[in-house]
Design a protein around this ligand. Structure first.
Ligand code: HEC
Ligand code: HEC
Ligand code: HEC
Ligand code: HEC
Ligand code: HEC
Ligand code: HEC
Ligand code: HEC
Length: 424
């Protein structure tokens, strides 16, 4: 097995070197995955060298990637023959927009309009948040003003001698936690050094940026993003920003639309209109048919898959509480292999997030109740000796990573004891 990995890495054709690191990490935390991942690497390696290894074929799923393994999103996007969120392979004219979907799926379209994801980015001039709250921040010698009084959607930064202002073009995040702004300069996107935070209704340093006082006025305004990074931001917060593999944000649709998840819909719509039975379903991706690992990786295309968190090194400390797929797949509830605990077991992606803690009980009780059916592995999960309702309040605690001014729900479902440290 390892030989296949080495051969592939040595070929230099694919960036699998990171995978080797992941495998050693995994063998500590989850015995099943490394074996499967190595299988995948051998499989891809086999195809790469024009040899299909005996026994490897059974791992090929219909859509080009093997089943049952959490994968890094870049592999999903590269190897899935059909659609995968953030893929960006389609032509502009293959997208029809939410209004078109609404003609036949009106109830989903109406409820989704109220969901945060559908407003994950807006053009800066359409952002109410910053404009409603006249925002100012003093950071060392720099004074920030948002909006700059002279122009509705500009960020102005001044020191004792001079000032700089940039016209903002994009506001990322509907603002449940906060909102970060982008501007363009010399052909690049820049991320503002400060962001709006909802809980404090104020500006503070943007997540991921240094908390040191910036060295110059220019860096005080914002940070230039390498174009691949900008492409990734737009890939998760907007739709059709990458066209036929090229980053082309000129004509994107802000927010995560129906087609960001289901794939471009022109052919599906044409088939539905043609009335040929069964054809339209074949031309649109329905994640309902996925196995549980694919289903969670699907949301993980943007929420980061279990593998993404490890391969990109984002997995460190309490900041990884943001990455629900990673946390959930570490739970005992997940590890038994039962299908009834994907993201959609608790969240309908077409509806706004429910803040009613009791609304999650039914999902827990499906498995944890005296009358619950056994899991697919034959074991009946334990029943709580402490409470019969509001399960998530004790077993899915909230954490506030430093500097984010917002708490996130820990999807690593578990018994939490006082003085327990945060499990990574
Ligand atoms: C002209 C009507 C029409 C339009 C417009 C339309 N659909 Fe559909 N859609 C259908 C029909 C009919 C079905 C099959 C029956 C059903 O599940 O309702 C379907 C099924 C689906 C399914 C489930 C497929 C399956 O495998 O079961 C998804 C997902 C879907 N549509 C998404 C979309 C999206 C996204 C859009 C916009 C890009 C869209 N539809 C636009 C008519 C339409
Ligand atoms: C194309 C990228 C993308 C995909 C795929 C995706 N999400 Fe999201 N999701 C986002 C972004 C971006 C946000 C942040 C929206 C905001 O607050 O601005 C988000 C936010 C959310 C929220 C929080 C909503 C709130 O009110 O704070 C939930 C819950 C959620 N997503 C569930 C899911 C589930 C379940 C899936 C899979 C079925 C999924 N997402 C797939 C991009 C995505
Ligand atoms: C891999 C996909 C992905 C990338 C890349 C990404 N985001 Fe997000 N973003 C998400 C998801 C999913 C959420 C919701 C969960 C969370 O808050 O972590 C989110 C949440 C946010 C929020 C908070 C939204 C709210 O309602 O409070 C902001 C602000 C944000 N992102 C800005 C950005 C900016 C700016 C970039 C690029 C520099 C970026 N994101 C890159 C997926 C992504
Ligand atoms: C964040 C990703 C995401 C977005 C955005 C999204 N969907 Fe879905 N959709 C899903 C998932 C996941 C399922 C499968 C649901 C399940 O397993 O319960 C689904 C299922 C469906 C189905 C099939 C329902 C069934 O019973 O099989 C239709 C139709 C559909 N979506 C239409 C839409 C329309 C229309 C929009 C836009 C208004 C939309 N979706 C936006 C993720 C998404
Ligand atoms: C067992 C139930 C359950 C499952 C499964 C689940 N969630 Fe959640 N999720 C919750 C609860 C409870 C909240 C907090 C709701 C609130 O705000 O009160 C939440 C909140 C969120 C939020 C909002 C930010 C936060 O951390 O509070 C996002 C984003 C999210 N979930 C994404 C996902 C994704 C992606 C998956 C699949 C990997 C998933 N969830 C699976 C129960 C679940
Ligand atoms: C798909 C079935 C399933 C669902 C849904 C599910 N669990 Fe579990 N859960 C399990 C299994 C299986 C175990 C491990 C065996 C056991 O504890 O009996 C487990 C273990 C646990 C444990 C013990 C973990 C530890 O740290 O010792 C707690 C607590 C728990 N679940 C709470 C919940 C809560 C709360 C929910 C809803 C938010 C939930 N579970 C949803 C199947 C599930
Ligand atoms: C008030 C907080 C609280 C609530 C609410 C709560 N639990 Fe618990 N639960 C606990 C504590 C504390 C333990 C550990 C008990 C012990 O070990 O003595 C526990 C234990 C468990 C266990 C592990 C049992 C075992 O023997 O391994 C499961 C499973 C569980 N709870 C599920 C649930 C479910 C499902 C709900 C909702 C119906 C729920 N809990 C509601 C606090 C709570």
């Amino acid at each position: 097995m390892r030989t296949g990995l080495h051969a592939l890495t040595a070929s230099g054709g694919v960036s699998f070197s990171k995978q080797a690191v992941v495998i050693s990490y995994h063998s500590v935390s989850n015995a099943k995955r490394p074996i499967r991942l190595v299988r995948y690497i051998v499989l891809v390696g086999g195809i790469f060298f024009g040899v299909i290894l005996p026994g490897a074929l059974d791992a090929i799923a219909q859509k080009g990637v093997p089943e049952g393994i959490s994968l890094p999103t870049n592999l999903r996007v590269r190897d899935t023959t059909g659609w995968w969120p953030t893929k960006g392979s389609a032509a502009r004219e293959q997208y029809v927009g939410n209004a078109e979907c609404a003609k036949c799926h009106s109830s989903k379209a109406v409820s989704y309009e109220a969901a945060a994801m559908s407003h994950a980015a807006v053009r800066a001039e359409d952002s109410q948040l910053a404009q409603e709250n006249s925002l100012e921040l003093q950071l060392g010698r720099y004074r920030y003003q948002l909006p700059n009084l002279e122009g509705k959607s500009s960020l102005k930064v001044s020191d004792a001698k001079t000032s700089a202002a940039e016209r903002l073009t994009w506001a990322f995040g509907v603002g449940h936690m906060g909102q970060t702004y982008l501007y363009e300069k010399d052909g690049s996107y820049y991320e503002t050094h400060v962001s709006f935070y909802a809980a404090i209704k104020a500006l503070d340093i943007t997540p991921g940026q240094s908390r040191d006082v910036p060295a110059s006025l220019e860096t005080a305004v914002g940070r230039r993003m390498p174009s691949e990074e900008a492409q990734r931001c737009f890939g998760c917060h907007t739709t059709a920003s990458t066209i036929k593999g090229q980053f082309d944000p000129s004509d994107l649709t802000p927010g995560v639309t129906c087609e960001a998840c289901h794939g471009p819909g022109a052919e599906h719509v044409a088939a539905a209109r043609s009335g040929i039975p069964g054809l339209s379903e074949a031309l649109i991706l329905n994640p309902r048919h996925m196995d549980r690992v694919d289903a969670v990786d699907f949301c993980g295309a943007c929420h980061r898959t279990w593998e993404d968190v490890l391969t990109t090194g984002q997995g460190l400390g309490v900041f990884n509480v943001r990455f629900a797929p990673y946390r959930l797949e570490n739970s005992d509830c997940w590890k038994q292999g039962d299908d009834r605990i994907t993201c959609t077991a608790c969240h309908d992606p077409h509806e706004p997030l429910s803040h009613d803690v009791g609304s999650y009980d039914a999902t827990c009780r499906q498995c944890h109740s005296a009358s619950s059916s056994k899991s697919s592995t034959g074991q009946a999960p334990a029943v709580c000796s402490v409470e019969t309702k509001n399960c998530v309040t004790c077993h899915m605690p909230k954490y506030e990573p430093p500097g984010l001014h917002s708490s996130f729900t820990d999807h690593w479902i578990r018994v939490v004891r006082a003085h327990d440290s945060y499990p990574e």
